[in-house]
Design a protein around this ligand. Structure first.
Ligand code: AKG
Ligand code: FE2
Length: 306
């Protein structure tokens, strides 16, 4: 039996080392061990910033195809840019995802390439501000993970300060008028990294499949809340104590927008079983691996054909 997806006010995570921090860390940790999904409020991302990120997303996806294609992911590489409608299939058995997407990566423009921005005046700083704020919330969650796992709250700080993080705008167009909603919005998958923070426009479609359970609709959330889920990298890091849970998006009956922030560790962070997660006398389930090598192996498996 899994418990429901909890809604947690994480505002106490802003001050480490307090009793409130420990209490919230334990609540977050319980959700990570159980269903692998939880929703957060009090995360510090201003409602105006979030609303403006959705506005920016609508502006981008409303551009003509040629303009969107000018920053196509296939041209740019490094997981940056526009993913055309129908170009991805997260679950091959279900066919192409009925969505389009736009990715930006965390970059210092030194060790990582720069992002390419769409030609909309004033667009970049609005989106970068949202990216920074969502990333700060994802980092705050890591202090909770650390405290819950019996580590110093700062444990992850130097492992996520140059992260392989991606901001992804998603657009699920409505089916053409008079036609049935065919296909899948986003096929069943688990996320690869440590944690994902998802904002949606409230249109239903997202489903979660807890371990030993059937598909359930993601709960409707209070305005401004994020739905968070653990990814495969943190699952491995915790020796499978935290769970990365499959999810998918059904084809929505009306247009749907969502914004995901994926926080994966620094490339050189060593993903090595956290001691409190390994039972006494047992060996860890996985070999230590750098985050970069781990993620590369996952991407290679995904894009391997035939
Ligand atoms: O659009 C959504 O609600 C979820 C998207 C998702 O799961 C993903 O991009 O990994
Ligand atoms: Fe996902």
């Amino acid at each position: 039996m899994h418990t429901a997806i909890p809604i947690i006010d994480i505002s106490p995570l802003a001050a480490r080392g307090t009793a409130q921090h420990a209490r919230v860390a334990a609540e977050v940790g319980a959700a990570c061990r159980d269903v692998g999904f939880f929703a957060i409020t009090g995360h510090g991302v201003a409602p105006e910033l979030l609303a403006d990120a959705f506005a920016a997303s609508r502006e981008f996806f409303a551009l003509d195809t040629v303009t969107k294609q000018s920053i196509a992911i296939g041209k740019l590489g490094h997981n940056r840019g526009y993913v055309d409608f129908g170009a991805e299939a997260l679950d091959e058995k279900r066919g192409a995802d009925q969505k389009e997407a736009l990715n930006f990566i965390w970059t210092d423009e030194l060790t990582r390439p720069p992002n390419a921005w769409p030609p909309i005046e004033g667009w970049r700083p609005r989106v970068q501000a949202y990216f920074d704020a969502a990333l700060a919330a994802a980092r705050m969650l890591h202090a909770a993970f650390a405290a819950d796992l019996g580590l110093p709250p700062s444990f992850f700080d130097d492992k996520i300060d140059q992260p392989m993080a991606t901001l992804r705008f998603l657009h699920y167009p409505a089916p053409a008028a008079g036609t049935a909603a065919e296909g899948i919005g986003a096929g069943a998958h688990t996320d690869y990294g440590n944690v994902t923070l998802l904002a949606t426009d409230g249109v239903a479609g997202l489903q979660v499949r807890p371990r030993n359970g059937d598909w359930i609709d993601a709960p409707a959330l209070p305005a401004g809340a994020f739905l968070c889920n653990i990814g495969d990298c943190l699952m491995r890091w915790t020796n499978d104590v935290y769970v990365s849970t499959p999810h998918r998006v059904l084809r929505p009956t009306r247009e749907r927008y969502s914004i995901a922030l994926f926080l994966d560790p620094n490339p050189d962070a060593l993903v090595s079983a956290i001691p409190s997660c390994v039972p006494a006398g047992e060996a860890p389930r996985y070999e230590p691996v750098t985050a970069q090598a781990y993620l590369q192996s996952r991407f290679d498996a995904t894009y391997k054909k035939g």
